[in-house]
Design a protein around this ligand. Structure first.
Ligand SMILES: CC/C=C\C/C=C\C/C=C\CC/C=C/CC(=O)SCCNC(=O)CCNC(=O)[C@H](O)C(C)(C)COP(=O)(O)OP(=O)(O)OC[C@H]1O[C@@H](n2cnc3c(N)ncnc32)[C@H](O)[C@@H]1OP(=O)(O)O
Length: 286
């Protein structure tokens, strides 16, 4: 994937004049409506909205749609992407726990592979990315946000990688993108404690970059961030970002099968199944 991106950057260099003239058109993410894409014709910035009520939990279908969307943005030479949610209170509840409970082997494999794909494409995207976090963002929800280069969070919600609170360790690619945002010290403290930060705490520690009053304000602030790149060569920008993230990206790319087997092994442990069952019940009893 990194090689593909570098090839793409080289092609961009060769045809940079015509690229700059290209204007992006609206497109849909595919057959379902789990991801809505809205491209601003004037700025070329795409607002990508997760749309899987009630809490945007990331199941195979949502991840597959998101992955396709990221492919389309890259092939359309997107000017930038803002990731947000159609829910009023939840950005994303993280991985769909039902994908891990009583797992069906082939589906679990496809599910984790789709998550790996999304992470590689979002974390390594050549176009600039920002998250308008308009609701709670635990675990896999936080993962999507930290893959982006900038985060604006609406007040009064929570965000964090809380896996240890659920009795598991965050997978290594979750950890590497978290450490890309926070200092190693802050990341270690938050990951081991499974801290869920309030919007204000997240701002203080640097997990988010700005606070917004509502969704529209968060999108507006993300857009302002992305528009700053108008002054910067898109190729130089993308190359710099990918160079900084290269080690993390290669770490997963070179160990995808091992990472998959670790996930399959973990979810197939009886003790994990028992814990997942209890957790699902606790969410339903709320
Ligand atoms: C838990 C994992 C344990 C073990 C796995 C073991 C090994 C696996 C190895 C590696 C993978 C590890 C990686 C994990 C990363 C993850 O992302 S795990 C998911 C973690 N997410 C959460 O813990 C969030 C749980 N949800 C909430 O806290 C709240 O729902 C939330 C604050 C997001 C919203 O609150 P609220 O608006 O009040 O909504 P409800 O709580 O009432 O929920 C509405 C319905 O949605 C269902 N639901 C909520 N979250 C999930 C989810 N993540 N997956 C599936 N379903 C979810 C909830 O049950 C309600 O359903 P109902 O309407 O009652 O049928």
């Amino acid at each position: 994937m990194i090689r593909n991106s570098i090839n793409l950057l080289t092609k961009k260099l060769i045809s940079s004049t015509s690229c700059q003239r290209t204007r992006m058109r609206c497109f849909s993410s595919g057959a379902t409506n789990l991801v809505d894409v809205n491209v601003n014709d004037k700025t070329g910035i795409a607002v990508v909205t997760l749309n899987r009520p009630p809490v945007n939990s990331l199941n195979l279908e949502l991840l597959t749609d998101l992955s396709k969307t990221l492919d389309e943005l890259e092939s359309n030479r997107s000017k930038g992407m803002i990731l947000t949610s159609s829910s009023k209170t939840v950005f994303s509840a993280g991985l769909d726990i039902l994908e891990m409970y009583n797992p069906e082997p082939e589906r679990s494999k496809a599910f984790w592979t789709a998550l790996q794909d999304v992470w590689l494409k979002l974390y390594g995207s050549p176009y600039p990315t920002a998250a308008a976090i308009n609701g709670h963002s635990p675990a896999g929800g936080c993962l999507l946000a930290i893959c982006c280069e900038y985060r604006v969070m609406v007040n009064d919600f929570t965000i964090g990688l809380n896996e240890t609170r659920l009795g598991i360790s965050a997978p290594s690619f979750f950890i590497s993108s978290f450490r890309n945002v926070l200092s190693t010290r802050e990341a270690e403290k938050a990951l081991t404690l499974g801290t869920m930060f309030s919007s204000d705490e997240a701002l203080k520690v640097g997990l988010v970059d700005e606070i917004a009053t509502d969704k529209a304000d968060s999108i507006n602030k993300c857009e302002n961030f992305l528009l700053e790149f108008k002054k910067v060569s898109s190729m130089a920008r993308a190359f710099t970002k990918q160079s900084l993230r290269k080690k993390d990206l290669e770490e997963l790319e070179n160990n995808r099968e091992q990472d998959l087997q670790l996930f399959l092994f973990a979810i197939n442990q009886p003790i994990v199944q028992k814990g997942l069952g209890a957790y699902i019940q606790s969410l339903k009893k709320k």
